[in-house]
Ligand binder design. Structure first.
Ligand SMILES: Cc1ncc(COP(=O)(O)O)c(C=O)c1O
Length: 275
């Protein structure tokens, strides 16, 4: 673990990341010694810092930390946290503020190949996502909605939970973005008011475009999850997991689908994330 470029185990209790969740983070796989799509993660990190009105550490500092932690590592997970830094009591941000950068490396735990081949089981969570265009899209540190949603189930046979916003629209999974195949078209929920603009989501949209598939980005109702031909979730660690079954008001089983096969093929190694 590196804090501001130095090996360390703890941050100050006065750090605003701990006090208020005042910061942003990224989770990236190291795969065959390489951190794929670092530039895209950096771009989202910068967008998050800009939205929160806080300084972002220099690219060169982040790159140096990253290179140090990935050196000699074949597979692993890196988590980068950038907080507004140490502050006094009260919400008012210190001026000037010096951001804290924290890099943590975790061992890689491969996902079972069956999840890629046969698909996953997904449930519908009761916990709703709030709507806030300022916080939508960025990967800020306030993840209480996801924590509460993930606390709703313990069944290891259920791999992911779908989250709706307070208006009842389907937004994403607790840790993934969602795609559906509806009437032969690829659809993904609009994230302008809630959700995280996933790096893998962007890669899926681009891969689909390369094979001539346009992705509709729009509001998705829960009812559509039951009429969709197929659906899949994605994130940077997982790549793409097809959904085999949706548990909610009734069960929906999805069949293998040509659209998903085309997107997965176009994704190349990104379809299996950090594996
Ligand atoms: C809530 C949420 N949505 C979406 C994603 C997918 O993001 P990415 O593709 O950048 O990993 C994540 C990843 O952790 C997440 O936590």
């Amino acid at each position: 673990m590196l804090i501001d470029g130095r090996p360390a185990r703890a941050v100050s209790v006065a750090d605003r990341g701990l006090q208020y969740g005042d910061g942003v983070f990224e989770t990236l796989p190291i795969s065959a010694g390489v951190v794929r799509h670092w530039e895209r993660h950096l771009e989202r990190l910068r967008l998050g810092c800009a939205r929160l009105g806080m300084a972002c550490p220099e690219d060169t500092l982040l790159r140096a930390d990253l290179d140090r932690l990935r050196a000699g590592v074949d597979h692993g997970v890196l988590k980068l946290i950038v907080t507004r830094g140490v502050g006094g009591r009260g919400y008012r941000p210190p001026d000037p503020a010096r951001p804290t950068r924290i890099f943590v490396r975790y061992p890689w735990r491969p996902y079972p190949t069956a999840l890629y081949r046969s698909g996953i089981v997904v449930r519908v969570c009761a916990t709703r996502l709030s709507r806030n265009p300022v916080l939508a899209g960025i990967k800020h540190l306030n993840r209480l909605e996801q924590v509460l949603a993930r606390h709703e189930w313990a069944d290891p046979e259920v791999h992911e939970g779908l989250m709706l916003d307070t208006g009842g629209r389907v937004i994403e999974g607790t840790m993934t973005n969602l795609f559906l195949a509806c009437a032969g078209r690829l659809v993904t929920p609009d994230l302008s008011e809630s959700g995280v603009l996933g790096i893998m989501r962007g890669l899926c949209i681009e891969a689909a475009a390369r094979v001539g598939l346009e992705t509709e980005i729009r509001a998705v109702d829960l009812a559509e999850m039951y009429t969709a031909e197929s659906a899949f979730v994605c994130n940077s660690l997982v790549g793409i997991w097809p959904i085999r079954e949706l548990q909610g008001k009734g069960k929906r089983r999805y069949a293998a689908c040509d659209l998903l096969a085309r997107v997965t093929a176009a994704m190349g190694p990104d379809a299996i994330g950090g594996t």
